[in-house]
Design a protein around this ligand. Sequence first.
Ligand code: OMD
Ligand code: FE2
Length: 434
Amino acid sequence: LCHMQYISGFGNECVSEDPRCPGSLPEGQNNPQVCPYNLYAEQLSGSAFTCPRSTNKRSWLYRILPSVSHKPFESIDQGHITHNWDEVDPDPNQLRWKPFEIPKASQKRVDFVSGLHTLCGAGDIRSNNGLAIHIFLCNISMTCHLPRKGKLLIYTEFGKMLVQPNEICVIQRGMRFSIDVFEETRGYILEVYGIHFELPDLGPIGANGLANPRDFLIPVAWYEDRQVPGGYTVINKYQGKLFAAKQDVSPFNVVAWHGNYTPYKYNLENFTVINSVAFDHADPSIFTVLTAKSLRPGVAIADFVIFPPRWGVADKTFRPPYYHRNCMSEFMGLIRGHYEAKQGGFLPGGGSLHSTMTPHGPDADCFEKASKAKLAPERIADGTMAFMFESSLSLAVTKWGLEASMCLDKNYYKCWEPLKSHFTPNSRNPTESN
Ligand SMILES: O=C(O)Cc1cc(O)ccc1O
Ligand SMILES: [Fe+2]
């Protein structure tokens, strides 16, 4: 567990062999008549064959048995996963959730899959256009492993990743994985249909900054040669529904692979923050880690944005986030600490949704404090990490989100109620407010 190895880079062409089988990657071709070590070759396509080179994604896997070696898939219980955006009527209000409750292992044993809960989303899986936001709340591993604290151990066909709090990971479409947890564990999932995350363009920022490609980490090949009759269950989320198939061989039987379609992880501490050093609040797009683009230039199906610890130095400026109505939808979550626009009520493990054109902004306490604050350089968000999934789609909330989770904060609107008019019609001087 402590000696995880990774390849560094974003979207690069990688090669990886499990060191137990040197020379397992075929040389100079993808499909030898017989592969080294008598492995099977299998291609995993993450883009249409004909995509331009810049967006073409695929990997070649050399495995003990091909993925097709399984019994038929059968429908299984959906749990709290849904892609039905018409479960409840649309709600244009500001929504906020208290920390989603993780079941206690002593009361109910829940693994990653049965602990998935869809909170909101939009679009259509079958036409590859849309997204879903899920919360996972679980307390046991999908397989049996040693307890460790506060981490996810993710087995994938490409190798193993240890994902710690304040790290994110991306598992791409069709990649088989299994998640071990070591205690009661909660997390946020952004699922985008049919597109892949990219690093945002940097424009005038230049060649470096924000999330740098070399800080993305890709697992190295690792296989297990285990066969247990009917011993493995592969769960397939297909057209939004869950199906399970039994197989005798571990799905993590890839001895070597090469390609540019891989899972990866990233530590949010590595984000190089860019911000205003003179005056005014810069738009939060400066904090974009990854973007899943729509076909309209500059418009994302989903941006993943973070609010990392940084210096606030802007002069003559109201420094917290401004009041806002956005044609984009903003789902926010908090990994740790507290968020700069809210004095209370927005807690780690909770969330908020300000969907299309829903007004939002600093609560009354925050406005009063920030309007009077002495503008010395100050540390903002030290020890904290808030994030936003921002989407051009108008997000619908599920029945679980509005009702069954029992975490909806019915009093959210009250945080803005104390806002009062400071208007001084006879004096332009802002310091003479009442
Ligand atoms: O707090 C929010 O809702 C997100 C947000 C952050 C910011 O810096 C500017 C505008 C905005 O909506
Ligand atoms: Fe906003």
